[in-house]
Design a protein around this ligand. Structure first.
Ligand code: MIC
Ligand code: SF4
Length: 648
């Protein structure tokens, strides 16, 4: 069991209640929250529904960074709602153009030793500055804003011991890709990854943030680095030296497991289509032809990353067979590049400069052509996330991305006939906070702008006495929330649940056959209850609670799988959907789409023990008993019985 780690120290300092053995539910005090627009609109609607007059956190930020295409009025309607509700509730507002929430939060607000809860799964970016920063669904963030603690399973701490130093053209991104190749995207629920060892001091805060950011893909609760001299230098350069405090593990700290990575042995890597853990070395891949290179996202859009790209591109030209687009992570990064001439170097080399924000990472434009390879510095390459069906998306470091932009092929950057540029650590970032909007000290008189596309969160019914379930869909392993609730062109529907619900599981719709939404609505309208069957690691990826809200709206009452990922599980519970696990994994093979799953006396069964007796009635009329199980706490059960947190 872990002891004396940075994780243990932050948990102890924020402990509210609960057990301290791995797996026990523990309540933690939350110091800071962040939201982004695609999840934030629903989170603030929920905060309003809780009748919370003003947030109770030390600091809460509302960022607009995802939905900025503004094709139609929906996006801007959301922004105006967010801006006004932030003023009314005491939340600081970061408007579109200011940057990606995680990058900006790291630059301007992250404080070592604090807890941060964000309605985005990449909130662990803050772990790069020594925060315990966790992603959650919007409702959990709304509760934290209302002053309630956040519940997690007391984590196992996986210590990653870093030794050595990265070689030329080898990057922080390659370190996290290496770790993904070891730990994979599944089976790490309930763990925190904590970095230690002599290699830590060789990494700057932005490099550490790349690693903790993409740690989200491991499916862990969060990832964290200690706060040390490098952290102090970063905060001083951001003109925030007073926010620094040292926070390191005890010399005799104990981890639940230790993995050692020699930074000197890390080489350029790529996550191949279509999973962040499908990792190969760039050497192994060979000179695959590339059609598109994209640099940006909350993983790799810091000043350091883009300065490196600009230095390599200066005086050169992007290969004519490739398009290169770059989205700087924040206004600070963009303004610095603009003022020191690097932006001009990028433009002169042929880069297309996108606005600061998530952009193509979440399918907001720049979809690749059919049957072409796209190389991205992002963190997710789930099938179809680019907006192109059958996409071939590879995730790489900025070093490897720029090498491909120059050659038109996947290229080990170490083979470029140029010396590796050294980007010195920034001594003074350009600090310009003039776009942040501070809330008035009393928001009572602020009028909240609610255009017609801003709907209320839908209500659910309490858990029925008996569940008369119908399996509306059966899916396989590693189903992500992008499969369940696609983003891209549909992202603008985030505040319109009836419209957004129409595309649940859209990627599984077969031409000429009814969609999941149509089948689920028919089950719901016949008075029965929808059931979703998944296999291992169901609900990976994004924190979007729409992956629970929209199925709920369509009448889904139960999700049964071999394992369900942490954030998605919490979202299901928050919206009154019962998450159950197979006791016998072979039962997954027995159950088919269209079968009935009957659970009698559901509320009582949940209260008695962790086992739930059900009956599977097959389409041919035969029936078999089936034993299922749950991992719900008493509070979770109360929530599910009530039909979700808002009913409670
Ligand atoms: C993502 O990277 O998938 C997102 C879009 O940032 C999501 C949040 C969302 O779906 O709005 C995430 O990572 O949580
Ligand atoms: Fe935005 Fe992409 Fe980061 Fe999600 S992963 S917050 S979409 S940049």
């Amino acid at each position: 069991m872990s002891k004396g780690t940075v994780t243990n120290k932050i948990i102890d300092a924020h402990y509210v209640s609960g057990g301290k053995n791995p797996g026990d539910v523990i309540a933690l005090h939350i110091d800071q929250t962040l939201t982004q627009d695609a999840t934030g609109t629903m989170a603030y609607l929920e905060l309003e529904a809780m009748q919370c007059p003003r947030v109770k956190t030390e600091l809460s930020l509302s960022y607009v960074d995802h939905n900025m295409m503004q094709n139609g009025p929906e996006n801007r309607n959301d922004h105006m709602y967010l801006q006004s509700v932030a003023a009314a509730k005491g939340v600081r507002f970061s408007p579109p153009g200011n940057g990606i929430c995680h990058q900006v939060h790291l630059e301007r607000f992250g404080v070592p030793g604090k807890t941060l809860l964000g309605s985005d799964s990449h909130t662990p970016t803050g772990g790069g500055i020594g925060m315990m920063a966790m992603g959650a669904g919007g409702l959990d963030v709304a509760l934290a804003m209302a002053g309630k603690p956040f519940h997690i399973a007391y984590p196992k701490v996986i210590g990653v011991k870093l030794t050595g130093e990265l070689g030329d053209y080898c990057a922080a991104k390659d370190v996290i890709l290496k770790l993904l190749s070891i730990l994979s995207t599944k089976g790490n629920v309930g763990c925190v990854v904590e970095y230690f060892g002599p290699g830590v001091a060789t990494l700057s805060v932005p490099q550490r943030a790349t690693i903790t950011n993409m740690g989200a893909e491991l499916g862990v609760t969060t990832s964290i680095f200690p706060s040390d001299e490098a952290t102090e230098r970063f905060l001083a350069a951001q003109n925030r030296k007073s926010d620094y405090s040292k926070l390191v593990a005890d010399p005799d700290a104990q981890y639940d497991r230790v993995i050692e990575i020699d930074l000197a042995a890390v080489e350029p890597m790529a996550a191949c289509p279509s999973s962040p853990d499908n990792v190969k070395t760039i050497r192994e891949l060979g000179a695959v032809k590339v059609g598109q290179v994209l640099i940006g996202s909350c993983t790799n859009s810091s000043y350091r990353d883009l300065a490196l790209v600009a230095t390599i591109l200066k005086g050169r030209r992007v290969d004519p067979s490739v398009t290169l687009s770059i989205a700087p992570g924040s206004r600070q990064v963009l303004e610095m590049l603009a003022r020191n001439g690097m932006l001009a170097d990028l433009i002169a080399a042929g880069a297309r400069i996108l606005e600061t924000g998530c952009g193509p990472c979440i399918g907001q434009g720049q979809s690749p052509a059919d049957d072409t390879v796209t190389l991205r510095t992002f963190n997710r390459n789930f099938a179809g996330r680019t907006g192109t069906k059958g996409d071939q998306s590879y995730l790489v470091s900025p070093e490897s991305a720029v090498a491909a932009a120059l050659t038109g092929r996947i290229t080990d950057p170490r083979t470029l006939p140029l010396g590796c540029p050294v980007i010195p650590e920034v001594e003074a970032f350009l600090v310009n906070d003039n776009m942040f909007q501070l809330p008035p000290s009393d928001g009572a008189g602020v009028e909240i702008v609610r255009k017609r596309t801003i709907g209320a969160p839908p209500a659910n019914q309490p858990l029925p006495e008996s569940i008369d379930g119908c399996v509306v869909i059966k899916v396989g392993d590693k189903i992500t929330t992008d499969h369940i609730m696609p983003a891209g062109v549909h992202l603008k529907l985030r505040s319109n649940i009836p419209a957004y619900s129409k595309v649940v599981f859209e990627c599984f719709t077969e031409p000429g056959k009814p969609s999941f939404a149509e089948r689920a609505a028919a089950v719901r309208d016949s008075g029965r209850h929808g059931v979703i069957v998944g296999r291992d690691s169901y609900g990976q990826g994004s924190s979007r609670e729409h992956a629970a809200i929209c199925p709920m709206f369509l009448g889904v009452k139960v999700v049964v799988a071999l394992a369900i990922e942490r954030i998605h599980m919490a979202n299901l519970i928050n919206f009154g959907i019962l998450p159950l696990m197979f006791v016998d994994p072979a039962d997954y093979d027995r159950i088919e789409q269209g079968d009935s799953l009957l659970i009698k006396h559901a509320p009582e069964q949940l209260a008695v023990n962790r086992k739930v007796k059900a009956t599977l009635v097959r389409k041919d009329g035969s029936s078999v008993p089936m034993e299922l199980q749950h991992r719900l706490s008493e509070e979770d059960i109360a929530m599910i019985r009530a039909g979700g947190m808002l009913n409670l």
